[in-house]
Write a protein that binds this ligand. Structure first.
Ligand code: MN
Length: 254
């Protein structure tokens, strides 16, 4: 047996939670046919788990693939994998505190990736983790002009991780965003509330000058409210499973 196979098996609960995360993020409008969510392996920090290349709403346990941080699939068995898996591996490599990553194209966030004069920042208390600004990854700075805007190799993944720095969310110009956290529950929470805050911020900006939350309020609210994230997860999981069970049944019937 090669060294790459020596890691203990992943906790089945983690697989189950990763499936729920896929379904929740679809049901909450953060992921559609595209985007993905990963979790770091609970026994080996040099590995992470991510679905094969498919729509998140349809992910089952059989679709979860284990990866090395360089994006190499360990048990891919010839299955197609996500082109942008390097986002996940390079963030896990750069940030030992990060246990889960969500990459999405959720629509209310994308305008803030393209308008530098209007930074995405915490406006509502549920999104204190955004603080007073959100970094924007400009892929032209790293790939030049004419790229497909995707993070398709380790070098681009590492540059994205560098722009993320120690923040919770990084915007990707003309593309989407990536949210990170120390747990799957919190990463899902942040991805959902990044989209909600973006929607609210766009609404508020139409009304007039906005009284945003301060950096200190962001820290305090994040500390208090993110501890309650399981309440949202439990509700979102129930509604997502109802919808995804219907999808799975329809798929079987075809
Ligand atoms: Mn993408």
């Amino acid at each position: 047996m090669g060294a790459e196979n020596a890691t203990a098996a992943v906790d089945p609960q983690l697989i189950s939670d990763l499936i729920s995360a896929n379904h929740i993020l679809y049901d909450q409008g953060v992921l559609d046919a595209f985007g993905h969510v990963s979790v770091r392996h609970d026994k080996d920090p040099q590995r992470f788990l991510l679905a094969r290349n498919m729509a998140p709403a349809l992910v089952t346990a059989a679709d979860i693939v284990e990866f090395q941080l360089d994006g190499t699939a360990i048990n891919g068995a010839g299955r197609a994998v996500y082109l942008e898996r390097f986002i996940h591996g390079e963030i896990y490599r750069a940030r030992a505190d990060v246990m889960a990553v969500v990459h999405s194209h959720s629509p209310a966030v994308v305008p803030f990736s393209a308008v530098q004069t209007s930074p995405l920042r915490a406006l509502c208390h549920m999104a204190g983790f955004l603080g007073t600004s959100t970094p924007i990854y400009e892929i032209r700075d790293f790939a030049g002009d004419g790229s497909d805007l995707l993070i398709t190799d380790n070098r681009l993944g590492a540059s994205l991780a560098q722009v993320l720095g120690q923040r919770s969310v990084v915007l990707m110009r003309g593309h989407g965003s990536t949210a990170v956290a120390d747990s799957l529950v919190t990463a899902v929470y942040r991805a959902v509330y990044t989209e909600i805050n973006a929607r609210i911020q766009t609404d508020a900006l139409r009304l007039g000058p906005v009284n945003f939350m301060s950096e200190a309020e962001g820290r305090s609210t994040a500390q208090t409210i993110e501890g309650q994230g399981k309440r949202a997860w439990d509700l979102w999981k129930k509604t997502a499973e109802l919808r995804c069970a219907e999808l799975a049944a329809a798929q079987t019937a075809v």
